[in-house]
Ligand binder design. Structure first.
Ligand code: B12
Length: 211
């Protein structure tokens, strides 16, 4: 199997071959993080570039996303790390209102679970009120917000303000991420942090917990 065949499967939206290819690399002892960093993420970056240049269209991007999710599902147990490393902190995660992108958010969730956190995933298109309700219900100390659209990143501001205006939730740590957001934007909206990648997100959450 050529070493970039997984990257090609993402770009071509080839669902048929992906499971066998990922399993083969794992059985050869290739590290799951390496498969993610060197095959899946660069493949999806190329899809994004081609989509932007109108060389790929929505149905093809959807196929690529499906291939990516299938590969991530296979890697999940390997990325999840050591389940013995339990923390008591509960983390709420979701993609903000109006936004349906969830691949990056799912990666952050998988790695948080691997780092031992209790994670409540609210899915996509989550209104501000739901983040509040679920945080109260689960007594979550940390909330992670994802947005992939420059139009929906502004909905993060609404979530942050809602937490800051709530007497019982104003000290909740809020971490944001997703391609269009930045550290500067996170400071601008009053969030507690920003992380560019899933591993960096875990470091930030651990930092919030004093680890
Ligand atoms: C796949 C994809 C889709 C899929 C999503 C499938 C799914 N289940 O997620 C589909 C086809 C549905 C889709 C739809 C649309 N998309 Co789209 N999509 C993409 C694409 C190609 C890849 C995104 C992705 O999954 N990347 C891989 C993951 C692993 O990376 P990631 O999400 O960035 O996550 C990493 C970090 O950002 C970070 N992270 C992510 N979340 C969080 C959260 C926290 C708390 C932290 C700390 C970190 C963190 O960690 C992750 C892992 O390291 C991007 C291009 C791009 N380069 O981003 C366009 C892109 C985001 N889409 C775009 C657009 C325009 C759309 C549509 C509006 C298209 C349309 N005309 O309908 C719709 C919007 C639908 C909606 N309402 O949400 C634009 C957005 C432009 C903009 N700046 O606003 C992009 C940038 C493409 C482009 N170049 O034009 N899309």
């Amino acid at each position: 199997m050529p070493s970039d065949s997984i990257q090609q499967a993402i770009i071509m939206g080839n669902v048929a071959s992906i499971s066998a290819d990922v399993n083969q690399l794992l059985s050869e002892g290739v590290n799951s993080q390496k498969i993610l960093d060197e095959q899946l993420l660069p493949g999806m970056a190329i899809v994004g570039e081609r989509f932007k240049r109108n060389e790929m269209f929505l149905p093809q991007v959807l196929m690529s996303a499906q291939v990516m999710q299938t590969a991530i599902d296979i890697l999940k147990p390997h990325l999840s790390g050591n389940p013995e490393a339990r923390h008591r902190e509960t983390v709420i995660i979701g993609t903000v209102k109006g936004d349906m992108h969830d691949i990056g958010k799912n990666l952050v969730r998988i790695m948080l679970i691997g780092a031992g956190f209790e994670v409540i995933d609210l899915g996509v298109n989550v209104p501000a009120q739901r983040f509040l309700d679920e945080s109260l219900k689960h007594q979550a100390a940390i909330v992670c917000l994802s947005a992939l659209l420059s139009s929906t990143m502004n909905n993060m501001r609404e979530v942050v303000q809602a937490f800051r205006n709530h007497a019982d939730l104003k000290d909740t740590k809020i971490l944001i991420g997703g391609a269009p957001v930045s550290r500067e934007f996170s400071q601008n909206i009053g969030a507690d942090g920003y992380a560019p990648t899933a591993p960096a997100a875990i470091e930030q959450v651990q930092h919030f917990c004093g680890q």
